[in-house]
Design a protein. Structure first.
Length: 283
């Protein structure tokens, strides 16, 4: 049967606000030497604000926002709600849209008034002009109609209060940290700098996140991956320990071994500490 110390540890962890799906995951947790973090929705709150509208020449700010919001109106991605909310707040009536296609890790496509509208990263809209950002950590969401870029919406996310102390806690325990994100390099670097993380892998599609996990495993590391999105699910499933945010998507939670119910990142550091102590007792 499961050793008593393991059951006791799982109960202790549950009181801190994390749910461990079984004793085997506790043992895996106790061996972790690397933690990989998703950025949007994990290290950040995932509730960004629109901080700038940069329409192309001849395009109004209103038209840019209307087009982006109409395409995003049914999207569950964390970048969609603030765009739709701003349009509503400004009294802009959305256009009907259909044929939605979620491009995991890069954006969304929709058909609006007979035109193909795409909203997302440069991977989806390669001809988007470089935009000057006042805030380094702002994420650029480009908008294109029939493949032609009509402008960029800038969104800024907030780093979770619990992120910074959690990272230093893990570092103190000799655990290496890295960010694996679908967002761009400058945006990810700005967040990493603030948190004291030096290893950043940016502009990754879901299968590329998984590839990073594979490489770390092949190098002999015991890796925990923590994320919230559909784009994190396969990486969570292939890490030694997959950890999902309570605020995250159902798919992420199903793929994970541990769930941080209240999305408090301190619970991650606490869970690892309890797991290591339980192992010391059992072994
Ligand atoms: P992360 O790995 O940081 O959680 P994602 O993989 O979900 O980020 O998204 C990566 C990038 O793709 C985002 O930074 C954004 O530029 C773009 N993107 C993805 N989905 C959407 C969407 N629905 N609307 C706008 N942009 C999107
Ligand atoms: Mg995410």
């Amino acid at each position: 049967g499961t050793p008593l110390a393991v059951l006791a540890a799982i109960a202790r962890i549950a009181r801190t606000g994390a749910f461990v799906k079984g004793g085997a995951h506790l043992e895996a947790l106790s061996e972790v030497d690397v933690v990989a973090f998703d950025k949007t929705g994990t290290l950040t709150t995932g509730t960004p604000r629109v901080v700038g509208l940069r329409p192309a020449d001849g395009v109004s700010e209103k038209h840019l926002l209307l087009t982006a919001a109409s395409a995003e109106q049914f999207s569950e991605h964390p970048l969609a709600a603030p765009i739709v909310d701003l349009a509503r707040k400004l009294g802009i009536a959305l256009m009907p849209a259909d044929d939605f296609e979620y491009r995991v890790g890069s954006g969304i496509a929709a058909r609006i008034n007979g035109h193909e509208v795409t909203v997302g990263s440069r991977r989806l809209i390669p001809d988007a002009p470089r935009v000057v950002r006042d805030q380094g950590e702002a994420t650029a969401v480009h908008v294109a109609v029939d493949g032609r870029c009509i402008g960029t919406v800038l969104l800024a996310d907030t780093i979770r209060d619990s992120a910074k102390t959690m990272i230093s806690e893990l570092t103190r325990r000799g655990i290496r940290t890295l960010i694996i994100t679908g967002d761009t390099e400058p945006t990810a670097r700005a967040v990493a700098r603030e948190l004291g993380i030096t290893d950043v892998r940016a502009e990754l599609l879901p299968h590329e996140k998984l590839e990073v996990i594979r490489q770390e495993r092949e190098a002999g590391h015991r890796l925990a991956m923590i994320g919230d999105g559909v784009n994190d699910a396969s990486a969570l499933a292939h890490a030694h320990v997959g950890v999902a945010m309570g605020s995250g998507t159902g798919v992420a939670q199903e793929s994970a071994d541990v769930i941080l119910i209240s999305s408090d990142l301190h619970d991650l550091a606490r869970t690892v500490a309890i797991a290591k102590r339980a192992r010391a007792i059992v072994m």
